[in-house]
Design a protein around this ligand. Sequence first.
Ligand code: SF4
Ligand code: SF4
Length: 256
Amino acid sequence: MTNNQKKQFPEGMTPLGKSKFTFSCHPDISCFTHCCRKLDLFLYPYDILKLKKRLGITSDVFLERHAGVVKGLNPHFPSVMLQMAANEERTCPFLDANGCTVYEDRPSSCRMYPLERAVDRTSAGNRPEEFYFLTSHPYCKGHEEDKEWTVKEWVRDQNLLYYNAMDDLWTEMDTIFSKNPWQGEGHAGPMQRLAFMACYNIDGFREYVNTHDLLSRFRLDKARKRDIKTDDEALLKFGYDWLKLVLTGNPTLQAK
Ligand code: SF4
Ligand code: SF4
């Protein structure tokens, strides 16, 4: 598709562009926390990284306590969902009487609502183009509030820029996984389990990297090596590069 061609969007979905929308969510609204119940919330790798740090637990403990591994849209790689409480309301485990207890580190889906984001990676010039759409739950009264936003203002207010950047890196990985790169091992084979660990269980992957002295096999500048050793986000990005190299042969890392 070129820039001159009109983009096609699903029926009823019109990108917001620069137009404004009204929305406000606050503790005095009658529907406060309704959206934190009975929901199917997919977690992305960066969500888990932020939440496990917030809770002061390791990623494997987080997965065990708070996540379920499910079959999602990708036929060749599982998805991870937040495990809701086993009560009638299926409340989010991070919800209490005052609202979200992990607010500053809430998952990207919680930040994005009432918007949805789509990225077109086929745009001319290979620069991905992003589009935002307004969505609404029937019970959500936030849309009846007067406060006006542009998409840009909402993205900034919800601290979404970095989440989007990390989620885009994840989407690239998910696309690779969707092409069944498991080299005949089938699902849940050693390579797929390793990929799952690199993406979702960062503390397990750190142990793997140390045990196999993985960093010493590649040319990495000093600053990056130090970051990978000390910072989960840098390790996650290294994990993505390493998986791309191993699964697709894409020279994302230079071997020594
Ligand atoms: S339902 Fe809408 S307005 Fe109500 S708490 Fe959730 S996001 Fe906020
Ligand atoms: S993480 Fe917070 S905002 Fe998201 S569903 Fe749970 S309680 Fe609600």
